[in-house]
Design a protein around this ligand. Structure first.
Ligand code: B16
Ligand code: MG
Length: 215
């Protein structure tokens, strides 16, 4: 009997990867580093500072900046990103999320958020779903990001629920790895080719057959 559903945000409940891409692109152009949508795929589910490191590595500029300068670069990217998501409303919530949450609530299943994004609290508020979560895990409270299971385990721990009684929802390869390492049931959102290690994969959150999974 599952007691808890733990969700990733970007790519599962809404789509912010284009806004992340546009903000990083401005920075990469300024730094003279090649950056395209294909490379942006590597950054899904990856924290802000780790994303910056990957972009700098891709441009052979790993050692070109001090730690302070890197923080300044990441802050500038985030300021741009925040401008781009400022207009998010409930319309940005993926189709099917409301219905899925309602089914989970009707079965007394707790709902948690395990997003790597520090902007997650304001995003869920603007999309009108902040009150649906029993817990929103603070990504800065865990030492390691996905694929480490820490963020998912932290959600289960705060709720006092055994990880094996939790279902995790993820669109990123590293995210599904984190869910499986946490000992949870992994629902992949996307394609089986990209998420072969998920227990089950649906193309989109609206396709999830939650009653089938629960029963
Ligand atoms: P922030 P998720 C992740 O969200 C994004 O997929 C990733 O591209 C981003 O770098 C990361 O959040 C950190 O975001 O800069 O807002 O803290 O997929 O874990 O919900
Ligand atoms: Mg994601």
């Amino acid at each position: 009997m599952y007691k808890c559903a733990i969700f990733d945000l970007d790519g599962v409940l809404t789509e912010t990867s284009e806004q992340h891409y546009e903000a990083w692109k401005v920075l990469a152009d300024e730094l003279g580093i090649d950056f395209d949508r294909d490379y942006n795929e590597h950054l899904k589910g990856v924290s802000r500072m780790e994303s910056l490191e990957l972009i700098l590595k891709n441009g052979n500029k790993t050692d070109a900046f001090s730690e302070e300068e890197k923080i300044e670069l990441a802050t500038r990217k985030n300021d741009l990103y925040k401008e781009l998501i400022a207009g998010f409303t409930p319309d940005n919530l993926f189709e099917g999320v409301r219905e899925l949450f309602d089914i989970l609530k009707s079965r007394d299943i707790k709902i948690a958020l395990a997003s790597a994004s520090r902007n997650a609290p304001s995003l869920i508020k603007n999309m009108g779903i902040a009150d649906d979560f029993d817990v929103v895990v603070d990504p800065t409270s865990v030492e390691k990001g996905k694929p480490d299971p820490a963020i998912f385990l932290q959600g289960a721990k705060i709720l006092g629920i055994d990880p094996k009684d939790c279902i995790g929802f993820e669109d990123a390869y590293a995210g599904v790895t984190a869910i499986k390492s946490a000992g949870m049931y992994a629902v992949g959102i996307g394609s089986k080719e990209i998420l072969p290690h998920a227990d089950i994969v649906y193309p989109h959150i609206k396709d999830v057959e939650i009653k089938k999974i629960l029963d």
